[in-house]
Design a protein around this ligand. Structure first.
Ligand SMILES: Cc1cc2nc3c(=O)[nH]c(=O)nc-3n(C[C@H](O)[C@H](O)[C@H](O)COP(=O)(O)OP(=O)(O)OC[C@H]3O[C@@H](n4cnc5c(N)ncnc54)[C@H](O)[C@@H]3O)c2cc1C
Length: 478
């Protein structure tokens, strides 16, 4: 019998493998795809010489997550945070920009500068405690109750019906809409405001960094470390039943709760099985990647400094687009998330050219090619965009699930971001990763949820080290 098997070499499965292997255990990882990384892979999607992130593109958590800090990710790979974390074009030639510098951002928001500062300055000041709070279970108490209360007040101000409150102009609410829409849910909502405010706070602290070479660099650093400590990472190896796996003292599932139950059956505790059955999957994204002749010709010049651009216009317009998706329809002017990695990483495209990453929100399970509506949104804020396109590639919501079984119906968060599933993911517990005796769920479907932070795997592995193996958590430094 070996010590541990990990099903799935996404960032969370690999985080578990790193911790377990460094603790001296015999670890085997099974990954269905030929390339490890799940949502954090980089693939040639368009033309030779253009490098595209298949899934995640922008990585605030790569610098902020307690796991990646302990792992020393920033010492292992090159990550650059642009001066402008994200931008929101509002109309033909007007845009709001969230700079890393909070004061610069507030100064650019005119009459709403003071309100922006009031929302973010206290969160920025306690940013480390904020991250420790949201990266851990809420039971028995939030890690830093005082900071949690401050966050809670701001969630109410920006997430309750008729929010956001206290802003006079269009620019600040538009910026919030862009970042809250990451949750793929109706606006305003408490569930969208909670992770949105955390991301927006990080925009003013570590920034929204881009890994040189793509998100695969993050995955590869973890694969290299796990292998250096003896873990076997087997590719093209899909687990179809529990009996396929080698007998092990602990099994970690970097999978959806649905796959956990399908694979582990009644090895999963009955309360956990019920929660997995009730667990809801959310709406989806469809990727459109572009090979461009040069930079995007943004009408508002400062948008070209932003690593990430949220397209959709005003708060009201973004909310209308998200409401369409929530009602099961494709929005004619969808919310589009754009990453322009070339502003900090020249390795993504041949000289002078640019690789552009985008996705639009679509209803769960969509197989619709939304290329034209994405191009129309880009043309709206960057006239002449179409002429820059050399090639494009569409990965529909269904294709996303085909490429990573965790992304059910194209749900890139592996589970709806609802208020309930922010705290009960998939169960409300001090140890939501423990699914049964020696069985752990460690994917984005458990605490702390989606994002490239490795914390699901980190928590699950440390729990098993203490309760199955009686070993201390190892040092993770390079
Ligand atoms: C299009 C897209 C854009 C995103 N953008 C960002 C972003 O910019 N920033 C950010 O922080 N996050 C982003 N995310 C979210 C982030 O990528 C995920 O939350 C994170 O990667 C989840 O990691 P994970 O390890 O939980 O699961 P996954 O990355 O989904 O990995 C699961 C792995 O398990 C494998 N697997 C599943 N079932 C089996 C089986 N039966 N046998 C063997 N292997 C199996 C899969 O093949 C996959 O490799 C994005 C995701 C997507 C899809």
């Amino acid at each position: 019998m070996i010590d541990a098997v990990v099903v799935g070499a996404g960032v969370n499965g690999l985080a578990a493998a790193v911790v377990l292997a460094r603790a001296g255990l015999d670890v085997e990882v099974w990954e269905a795809n030929a390339t490890p990384g799940g949502g954090a892979r980089t693939l040639p999607l368009t033309e030779p010489g253009f490098v595209h992130d298949w899934g995640s593109a922008v990585h605030p958590m790569a610098l902020a997550s307690p796991f990646f800090r302990a792992f020393g990710l920033a010492d292992r790979i090159e990550l650059t945070a642009p001066d402008a974390s994200y931008a929101q074009p509002i109309d033909a030639d007007r845009a709001a920009v969230a700079w890393r510098d909070l004061s610069r951002t507030a100064d650019g928001l005119g009459p709403d500068g003071k309100a922006w500062r009031n929302v973010f300055a206290p969160l920025v000041e306690h940013s480390d405690q904020l991250i420790e709070t949201v990266m851990a279970p809420m039971l028995p108490l939030p890690a830093h109750p005082f900071v949690a209360a401050r966050l809670g007040l701001r969630i109410a101000r920006t997430g309750l019906p008729r929010a956001p409150w206290g802003f006079a102009g269009e620019a600040a609410p538009a910026l919030l809409a862009g970042v809250f829409a990451h949750s793929i849910s109706k606006l305003p909502s408490l569930a969208a405001a909670a992770p949105g405010l955390v991301l927006a706070t990080l925009a003013h602290t570590v920034g929204w960094p881009i890994p040189h070479g793509g998100s695969q660099a993050i995955t590869d650093a973890m694969v290299a470390d796990a292998r250096a400590h003896g873990a076997r990472i087997l590719l093209d190896r899909r687990a179809l039943s529990f009996d396929d796996l080698p007998p092990a003292r602990a099994v970690f599932f970097d999978t959806s709760p649905r796959s956990l139950v399908a694979l582990a059956g009644d090895r999963v505790a009955s309360r956990y099985r019920r929660a997995a059955t009730r667990y809801r999957y959310g709406d989806a994204a469809t990727k459109v990647d572009f090979a461009l002749r040069g930079p995007v010709p943004w009408a508002a010049g400062e948008v070209s400094h932003a690593g990430t651009v949220h397209l959709g216009g005003t708060w009201r317009e973004v909310a209308a687009a998200e409401a369409e998706v929530a009602a099961g329809r494709h929005a004619s002017r969808p919310y589009v998330l754009v990453s322009q990695p070339g502003i900090v990483d020249a390795s993504r495209a041949p000289e002078g050219k640019q690789a552009l990453w985008t996705y639009a929100h679509v209803p769960a399970g969509s197989d619709v090619d939304v290329r034209e509506s994405v191009i129309a949104q880009l043309e709206r804020f960057a006239p002449g965009f179409r002429d820059q396109v050399i090639a494009s590639s569409v990965t529909t919501a269904r294709d996303l699930e085909r490429g990573d079984a965790n992304l059910i119906g194209g749900d890139i968060a592996t589970g709806q971001v609802s208020l309930r599933q922010l705290v009960a993911r998939p169960v409300l517990s001090r140890a939501p990763w423990r699914a049964g005796r020696g069985i752990y769920l460690c994917s984005a479907a458990t605490v702390p949820g989606p994002g490239v932070h490795g914390m699901g795997g980190f928590h699950a592995a440390r729990l098993a080290l203490s309760e199955v193996f009686g070993r201390p958590a190892p040092d993770l430094t390079p």
